[in-house]
Ligand binder design. Structure first.
Ligand code: PAF
Length: 287
């Protein structure tokens, strides 16, 4: 079993001692909200390859959820998660209680104009402030050399990269490609909310990326045409209730007038009551 830490002071002391013992020990860090899936396990495997020591955090961060979002229902199962961490060979797990992480509600704000106020930020006000606070806090606690983030949450990855750059945080951010199920649905802890019928409809997301890819390959470069085709396709599927957004941007999330290879399609939609997000790099090969 990985060593389990619940207190900030204890994991900090442990990492400090570890680094004192061997100068060359690098610490890889995988921040998660638990209910681990293949996507998380891939992040952990990458960390294991690149570092001598791998820490995983398991913490459902209340400050990144808005009112009416799924903070309370978010799936939690620490025993199951610890067993999965053990299978992959994770060395330590940090799983704090809320009162340990936030003895008082944080009042600090972290905004990155142009990055945190678009796409997810527009539909989930305050979300990226909450993500940035917890990620920065976790970096300060674990003091990793490398941290692993999935491209599934592409905007989050860009926000964290920028935070690290602007504040000179001494950690290397390692992006890891999205892990998909056999039928193309991106792995997500929220997939457990889907009924079997909704789960079937959710495959429309991946299919819509393939449709966009086909339009691009046949010479279409107009983002509006491609976005409309994706929206129409998605909304034809049963249980796809609402599309929050479909956007096409360059790889730094700037809007694009003419679609080119390497641009990203980003979308968010509701399948039944479950809000899912996904993204696709134009020119990326299908699974
Ligand atoms: O991607 C997630 O699971 C969360 O947003 C993160 C990075 C662990 C912060 O709570």
């Amino acid at each position: 079993m990985p060593r389990l830490f619940k207190k900030i002071k204890e994991i900090r002391g442990f990492i400090r001692d570890l680094k004192c013992k061997g100068n060359s020990i690098s610490v890889g860090f995988v921040p998660t909200m638990g209910y681990l899936h293949e996507g998380h396990l891939e992040l952990m495997r990458r960390s294991k390859i690149q570092n001598e020591f791998t820490v995983v955090s398991i913490y459902v961060n209340p400050v990144q959820f808005g009112p009416g979002e799924d903070f309370r229902q978010y799936p939690r199962d620490l025993e199951r998660d610890l067993a999965l961490c053990e299978e992959v060979g994770v060395d330590a797990v940090f799983a704090p209680e809320d009162k340990e992480m936030y003895p008082e509600p944080p009042i600090t704000k972290i905004e990155i104009p142009g990055l945190t106020d678009r796409l997810e930020g527009l539909h989930r006000p305050g979300h990226f402030n909450g993500v940035a606070i917890v990620v920065l806090k976790l970096f300060n606690i674990v003091q990793p050399d490398r941290a692993y983030f999935g491209e599934k949450d592409y905007q989050q990855l860009k926000v964290v990269e920028r935070l690290v750059k602007d504040l000179s945080i001494p950690v290397e951010i390692v992006p890891v490609p999205t892990v998909r199920e056999k039928d193309g649905l991106a792995c997500s802890s929220r997939n457990v909310y889907l009924s079997p019928e909704e789960r079937q409809s959710a495959t429309a997301i991946y299919k819509s990326f393939l449709l966009a890819q086909k339009l691009f390959q046949s010479g279409n470069r107009d983002p509006e045409v491609i976005k409309d085709a994706i929206k129409d396709f998605l909304l034809k599927h049963p249980h796809v209730r609402k599309v929050d957004y479909v956007e096409i941007t360059d790889d730094n999330l700037n809007p694009t007038d003419e679609v080119k290879e390497g641009d990203r399609i980003l979308l968010a939609l509701y399948v039944g009551n479950t809000r899912l997000i996904d993204n696709w790099r134009i020119g990326h090969e299908a699974i």
